[in-house]
Design a protein. Structure first.
Lengths: 184, 184
DNA sequence: TGCGCCATGTAACATGTTACATGATTAT
DNA sequence: ATAATCATGTAACATGTTACATGGCGCA
């Protein structure tokens, strides 16, 4: 359902093809919502049936024909309704935490190794966010207000990962102290 | 795939029925990994086929027969392999952020309303975590080391939500300042 | 010569949710 | 009375991933 409204939202700014939408997703939303082209084409076809979109086909000789989608009045209404409705907290699905829950079977160096690997991945993700942040906002935002909103969203990613990193470092520390205490 | 190993992990501590596993999930892992009974029964059947589990059927007259699952040697090996393998960062799927990204179509009070609703939900979730935390750990953990790991996992939930809450409050602030500036 | 971009799509599979179904027992 | 707990399952659907498929153009 979310994908549907995300697509509506982008098509509300301008008419686009499925391919364009795919690129926009990987240029912007990718890090807090991703979608493959399979999913996008499928969802667009459904929305067309539901009358939320209209389609214009552009004949091309060299490449496959383009299908440009635009939002309809009904689509606009549906988007507005969805936007105004409060969202529940997202369900958490955190594989790494599942692993740590069951990790008592492993020896301490292996656990610490898992945690350190996780830290490294967090650090490189953070770096990515920090460099992309301004770049993306400047490129796509169309007003001060929109820029503020987009910056906030990206900021959310950054603080979340910083927090996660702090947690992981603290956990490594605790693990080390536990095994030192055992050794004595 | 995660569900599979989560189930293996619990069955490694003690043999259990599908129903027991369901209850354990909702008593412990629920807030960072949830599963319905449909999924659990289905996955157990698959794992049995794959030889990761063995099954003992207990005849009952009053209630439906119990099927008690135990982990096999192969299951144990599979679990160890999975536990030692580092996990990628979890894909982020954050509906609320999608909504905020597209929220520029809404007027400021509506946006602030969305954010405040989100804050409230975060606060009540946090309260839940903080009260459940010790309780769960004390009840299920079988050693100091396990207790440490489980506490860390629950702590992760707490710091994550605290961080999210701070972000949301800051965003409300920023939104207010923006609209004040506009009014002037 | 081979790779990546453009632009679409399908098929098969994995995962997750909701609703339907049974039927006895125990607690309020 | 009625709701909840025990204990299993199926059917249908929604969502998400991977691999397969086409075919011209431009670049190294």
């Amino acid at each position: 359902v979310s994908l549907k409204y995300a697509l509506l939202g982008f098509l509300d700014m301008q008419p686009l093809t499925g391919y364009d939408l795919m690129k926009m997703f990987s240029a912007t939303v990718k890090y807090y919502w991703s979608a493959t082209h399979t999913q996008i084409y499928r969802t667009l076809a459904q929305m067309l049936e539901q009358g939320l979109l209209s389609q214009e086909i552009i004949q091309q000789t060299k490449n496959p024909n383009k299908k440009i989608y635009s939002i309809t009045e009904r689509g606009n209404q549906a988007l507005l309704d969805w936007l105004g409705t409060p969202e529940d907290l997202p369900p958490v699905r955190h594989k790494f935490l599942v692993k740590i829950t069951l990790a008592n079977k492993l020896d301490t160096p292996t656990i610490i190794n898992l945690l350190e690997n996780y830290c490294e991945k967090l650090r490189s993700r953070l770096e990515l966010y920090r460099t992309k942040n301004r770049e993306i906002t400047e490129k796509y935002a169309r007003s001060e207000r929109e820029k503020f909103l987009w910056n906030s969203v990206l900021e959310n990613g950054i603080v979340t990962y910083e927090c996660e990193l702090k947690w992981a470092e603290k956990t490594i520390d605790g693990m080390r102290r536990l095994s030192d205490a055992d050794a004595r």
